[in-house]
Design a protein around this ligand. Structure first.
Ligand code: ADP
Ligand code: ADP
Ligand code: MG
Length: 543
């Protein structure tokens, strides 16, 4: 094993070089004897946005909690009381000296958005506006409510909000504080692309216009690329130890991370590179067969509070259909129409697809072990093909004996993807499988979904807001547009280029290709490339 995966390598195992088995220096923090240790710390930069990029379980949240003063670094002395003198000694002469001195002396103020927003309702009893009013030190709550589209939930109790709403409330509640340093531990889960771009702009504005210091942990690479000036990569062995690199330019940091090789550190962190190539359509025979053709449909709820119009289209056998569009635009409604669980208001669905559905919000209330849960879903559980196609790429072996209720967000997501793919169905519908997964896990989940559909002649529809994941995953694209919660329009499934152009022109965002890696990067609005591409109508796959 290469040390990254503990289990057998889910990539086609190549021997990995240079991963330190034992580091000689003392960690910045260790949770206990034989417990996770973090080596090195990222350094927030004044007036800049500093990114933090690395796999799950590698210590990013630990680093953020130390820098925001929530835990005192113990320098590996987990059995001793906190000792700031020793910490300041340790970091004297480093980029962190001034920051840590000021933090210890209470001379800087910090604000932090925690990683898991679903815990907020346990801590706060009241409505959105009350929560924001209590922290609005900069007097900008109204502006942020408007820009983050929170008006509709302004008077709503916090414990009734959806995950995407909570994420935006948590972001607003952090950014309205009057802090010198802001720490944002994963902002994109459950946000649609428009909301992600807005979040990135709000963070950048605080740095550029207000000279605040921002640190951002993020797995959505397009957004990290857009928001960060520099970034630290974290690598190591998840759950065992993590190492934080010195800062890299955002472009180099992301490229090196994807390539699996850190240049300054001379360190291979993954046996193979993650590559972005323009999507070549699959050459599976029968690719052109329709699984279903459906006519134009409409569906209205109540007295037309929300209406969805669907253009006639077809879903092809054995394809992965990417679905993009804002939250609340009718994507789930469309799926329910296909499943015959809802009757259209106009038009007729003369078939009924058996759909295996992974919801956007994975909720767990069963006190059950992972292995018991999965074997209750499929009799293939534990067979060699199930292990190869499902358990391995989704890294389930390590967590089989855990209780569902004890899983982290990323672990729960992987179990939910496995459960969805393991059911017998005509169509697999996965709503935001990337939420809480790190970059490698997104790539491996992508492979699991693609291989499973290819090998078993299955068809999948995947809703996701991570444009990289959609690019890697989808054969064709269906674009939903309109005004969330009022009116939605579902286009027919089209080719990737056409679909991306329709989708991104609505958002007014263009991508260029990184010269070295082919990785798509968001163009600066108004830049030469941005203007040229808009003129040419090439928003994504620009030559
Ligand atoms: P990341 O944010 O990169 O996913 P974390 O910093 O949350 O990683 O966690 C790194 C490792 O430290 C994980 O293995 C996690 O289980 C462990 N860990 C986190 N908090 C504690 C704690 N309070 N006590 C013991 N171990 C912890
Ligand atoms: P998406 O999947 O794109 O997030 P949905 O199809 O779930 O969107 O919902 C679209 C809109 O329809 C939302 O405003 C939602 O609140 C509303 N809606 C969904 N289901 C119902 C229902 N059963 N009754 C009334 N309104 C609904
Ligand atoms: Mg974390």
């Amino acid at each position: 094993t290469c040390g990254i995966c503990v289990e057998k390598c889910p990539f086609d195992a190549i021997e990995i070089i240079n991963l330190p088995q034992e580091l000689e220096e003392e960690p910045a923090h260790r949770y206990g004897e034989n417990a996770f240790g973090l080596y090195g710390l990222p350094a927030p930069k004044e007036g800049r946005v500093t990114g933090l990029l690395g796999p799950n379980g590698i210590g990013k949240s630990t680093a953020v909690r130390m820098l925001s003063g929530e835990i005192t670094p113990n320098l590996g002395q987990y059995d001793q009381p906190p000792n700031w003198e020793a910490v300041l000694d340790q970091y004297r002469g480093t980029a962190l000296q001034n920051y840590l001195e000021a933090l210890e002396a209470g001379e800087v103020t910090v604000a932090r958005k925690p990683q898991y927003v679903d815990k907020i309702p346990d801590q706060f009893d009241g409505a959105t506006n009350e929560l924001l009013a209590g922290v609005d030190e900069r007097g900008v709550a109204d502006e942020l409510v408007q820009r983050l589209e929170l008006e509709a939930v302004y008077d709503q109790p916090i414990d009734t909000l959806s995950g995407g709403e909570l994420q935006r409330v948590a972001l607003a509640a952090t950014l309205v504080r009057d802090a010198d340093f802001y720490f944002l531990d994963e902002v994109t889960p459950y946000l649609d692309i428009g909301q992600r771009v807005t979040a990135a702009r709000l963070i950048r504005e605080l740095a550029d216009e207000e000279d605040r210091s921002m640190m951002v942990v993020e797995h959505d690479l397009a957004i990290l690329d857009l928001v960060a000036d520099t970034l630290h990569v974290t690598y190591g062995e998840p759950g065992a130890f993590g190492v934080v690199t010195t800062p890299k330019s955002t472009r180099n940091g992301i490229n090196e991370y994807l390539s699996g090789y850190l240049e300054n550190e001379n360190m291979r962190i993954r046996p193979e590179a993650i590559k972005f190539e323009e999507h070549a359509p699959r050459t599976v025979s029968g690719n052109e067969d329709a699984l279903v053709s459906y006519p134009a449909l409409t569906k209205s709820y109540g007295d037309g509070e929300f209406t969805l119009e669907v253009d006639a289209g077809e879903i092809r056998n054995n394809e992965v259909l990417g679905i993009v569009g804002p939250n609340g635009i009718g994507k789930s409604t469309f799926a329910k129409l296909l499943a015959g669980r809802l009757d259209p208001t106009e038009g007729e669905v003369d078939f009924r697809l058996d759909i295996s559905y992974k919801p956007q919000y994975v909720e767990v209330d069963q006190p059950m072990r992972v292995d018991a849960f999965l074997s209750s879903i499929t009799s293939d559980f534990g067979s060699s093909y199930w292990n190869t196609e499902i358990a391995q790429p989704l890294q389930l072996q390590r967590i089989m004996e855990q209780q569902l209720t004890d899983l982290s967000g990323g672990e729960r997501q992987r179990v939910a993807i496995a459960a969805c793919l393991s059911r017998e169905a005509d169509l697999y519908l996965l709503d935001e499988p990337s939420a809480h997964l790190d970059v490698e896990q997104r790539v491996m989940a992508t492979r699991a979904i693609r291989r499973y559909t290819e090998n078993h002649g299955k068809t999948a529809m995947v809703i996701d807001h991570d444009i990289y994941m959609i690019d890697l995953l989808a054969d064709r694209l269906q674009v939903f547009e309109g005004t969330p919660a009022e009116h939605g329009h579902a286009g027919a499934p089209v080719g990737m280029r056409e679909g991306m152009n329709t989708f991104l022109s609505n958002l007014d965002v263009t991508f260029r290709r990184d010269k070295r890696t082919g990785r798509p990067r968001i163009n600066k609005p108004g830049s030469q490339k941005d203007r040229e591409q808009k003129k040419a109508g090439e928003y994504y796959y620009a030559p």
